[in-house]
Design a protein around this ligand. Structure first.
Ligand code: FAD
Length: 377
């Protein structure tokens, strides 16, 4: 087979690039995807009970990038949705990220009043202040108590479960981001555009890839077909370290880039709803980090409900799925060595996406990355 572009991976990165190249440049694209479906980790489907579920964990689209939202709107109607997350802390169900409502849900009113007043006076209203910043600037008193309380009860154990690392072992940029939101806004995201594709993500991808210039091979790794395909250029959206290994490169510094994996346990209940909001976090109890009930996200009206428990686990190549790059400086440094090698191949192979850039991207960032790369082509 002869094509202009061989694209490895049918997630957001690969599919958006395929769509752009096919529709704007009129060139032929072959997408090769090792899974038996399109949409990468955003894949959704109707389970046996007819409930629309996300196979790889809850995906809520949120962005401040209007061009990204508008671009995808060509392929889907949007269902407006604001994600709400509750955390179980000291037996109480409180909004997370921690905000003023969480404060009042946990502490006696007079004490919550006192802390809220200090927070607003010191930092202002409607601002997100990193817990670590509060911890550093308050050496004693109520704000120090609050910062320590959140760190111990919300952040520390959740981080341990999620990464199997203590917060201080993660890149400072990650821990520095965990905020107290001095606001009454309980929404998990504050972006200007939030929602889910009305008919689901997979339906969105079907439209995205529905172009005569795009051919798709599922259940196929690119290594299986590379000898038979004539192509000008490849776009690779899989793990960058694996690419070099598969191609037989051995560098003196070669090593696997580590990831965190997840295991999802699915449950169905006859109840209309199992929990009051889309996601409940369990920072301290149980082995799972969170439960998500899909009907809240999708707005689907159907008998019964499906929810998942999410268990973080170690990633082992070939055994489970690489979900999250581990946010530690040493792995970023290792990735950069691969990036230098990738640059040398740029006339023939381009690398982009969550796995190839070894970078956690939200969906909007993955789309923006693909659109920017297309602009550079
Ligand atoms: C649990 C979880 C929850 C998330 N929730 C959100 C959310 O709420 N909101 C949000 O914005 N983002 C969320 N994300 C992030 C979102 O999933 C990513 O932004 C998006 O999937 C990135 O797309 P991608 O194309 O770069 O990668 P992927 O979706 O991973 O696509 C890469 C594809 O390449 C294929 N591939 C890899 N190697 C090969 C090979 N050798 N041959 C053939 N195919 C190959 C893979 O099978 C995969 O399908 C979440 C991620 C996870 C893990």
């Amino acid at each position: 087979m002869k094509v202009d572009w061989l694209i490895v991976g049918a997630g957001f990165t690969g599919s958006v690039l395929a769509e752009r190249i096919a529709s704007q440049r009129g060139q032929k694209v072959l997408i090769v995807e090792q899974r038996d479906h399109i949409a990468g980790n955003a894949y959704d489907y109707y389970d046996e009970q007819g409930v629309l579920v996300h196979q790889y964990g809850p995906h809520i689209f949120h962005t401040n990038m209007k061009p990204v939202w508008d671009y995808l709107a060509q392929f889907t109607e949007w269902r407006s949705y604001y994600h709400h997350v509750l955390g179980i802390i000291d037996g109480k169900t409180v909004p997370v990220p921690f905000n003023l409502n969480s404060l009042y849900a946990l502490f006696p009113t007079y004490y919550a009043d006192k802390i809220a007043q200090q927070l607003v006076e010191k930092y202002g209203f409607n601002v997100k202040v990193p817990i670590l910043k509060i911890r550093e600037s308050a050496s004693s008193g109520d704000l120090k108590f609050l910062a320590d309380y959140i760190y111990e009860n919300v952040f520390h154990n959740y981080t341990l479960k999620q990464w199997n690392l203590k917060p201080e072992e993660l890149a400072a940029s990650v821990t520095a981001r965990v905020p107290i939101y001095i606001s009454r806004d309980d929404r998990y995201f504050q972006d200007a555009y939030q929602g889910l594709p009305q008919a689901g993500y997979t339906a969105l991808f079907q439209k995205l890839l529905n172009h005569p210039n795009i051919k798709l091979l599922l259940n196929t790794t690119y290594q299986e077909v590379i000898e038979e395909i004539q192509y000008q250029k490849m776009i690779f959206t899989g793990p960058i370290d694996q690419f070099f290994e598969d191609q037989g490169y051995i560098f003196p510094w070669s090593a696997e880039l580590p990831y965190r994996s997840l295991y999802f346990k699915f449950f169905h209940t006859e109840q209309e709803y199992k929990q009051p909001v889309g996601t409940i976090n369990y920072p301290n109890e149980y082995h799972y980090t969170r439960t998500t009930e899909y009907k809240h996200l999708t707005g689907q009206r159907v008998y019964g409900s499906t929810y998942i428990e999410e268990y973080p686990q170690a990633y082992k190549r070939g055994e489970n799925i690489p979900y999250y790059p581990i946010p530690k400086e040493e792995y970023r440094t290792l990735y950069k060595k691969y990036q230098v090698e990738a640059e040398k191949l740029k006339d023939r192979v381009l690398f982009a996406g969550r796995l190839a850039d070894y970078q956690y991207y939200n969906m909007d960032q993955a789309v923006a990355r693909a659109l920017n790369l297309f602009d550079q082509l």
